[in-house]
Design a protein around this ligand. Structure first.
Ligand code: GAR
Length: 200
């Protein structure tokens, strides 16, 4: 059994879908949900499933090491970003090298980068009159949406699609694929261990 932490900034439907998927399996445990928004609905979703959640502010993420301490305390093997909007700092990227993934609601390298999230992405795809969009699951590094892509799947964009209807199609793909991709990667990983110099 491997422990994962899910980071989310908003509604958290992917987080809840991941929690539900792993609640009936003995491969992976969602041990912690973390959010940088105190009033984000994802924290209520975690509570509903009796999963420990943590709110953190900018200082606790980038400076004091509070978030890393929680990850080590809960023996987190792997980190999943699901609608999380801050860049991950080096104090977490370094010990969790190749152990952090993100989902992006478009076909990277298109429509990525700072400020490209959620409905902004779908709006840009519709305005460009693209005929297809999709989801990208990728490793996280120091630049927004630029780590190696692990998985992509496409969907059609119809002329009648709006940012809302496209978001629904994309969310359906995310629910279908993200938990399985997580499981596939995490179950092949050796257990996480940190050198004592990295412990916060
Ligand atoms: C998801 O569509 C995810 O791909 C996107 O935010 C949404 C979160 O939905 N992430 C990004 O745009 C990251 N750049 P949710 O809160 O309902 O899971």
């Amino acid at each position: 059994m491997r422990n994962i932490a899910v980071f989310a900034s908003g509604n958290g439907t992917n987080t809840e879908n991941i929690i539900a998927y792993f609640s009936t399996r003995n491969t992976v445990k969602v041990a912690l949900v973390l959010s940088n928004k105190r009033d984000s609905f994802v924290l209520e979703r975690a509570a509903k499933h009796n999963i420990r959640s943590v709110f953190f502010d900018r200082k606790e993420f980038y400076i004091t090491g509070k978030v890393l301490r929680y990850l080590l305390l809960y023996k987190i093997d792997f980190i999943v970003l699901a609608g999380f909007l801050w860049r991950v700092p080096d104090n977490i990227l370094d010990p969790y090298k190749d152990r952090i993934i993100n989902i992006h609601p478009a076909l990277l390298p298109g429509y990525g980068g700072k400020g490209m999230y959620g409905e902004y992405v779908h709006r840009a795809v519709i305005e460009s009159r693209d005929k297809e969009s999709g989801i990208s699951i990728h490793f996280v590094n120091e630049s927004y949406d630029q780590g190696a892509v692990i998985f992509q799947v496409k969907c059609k964009v119809e002329p009648s699609d709006t940012p809302d209807t496209l978001a629904q199609k994309i969310h359906a793909l995310e629910y279908q694929h993200y938990p399985k991709v997580i499981e596939d990667i995490v179950t092949k990983l050796p257990e996480f261990s940190v050198k004592s110099s990295e412990e916060a």
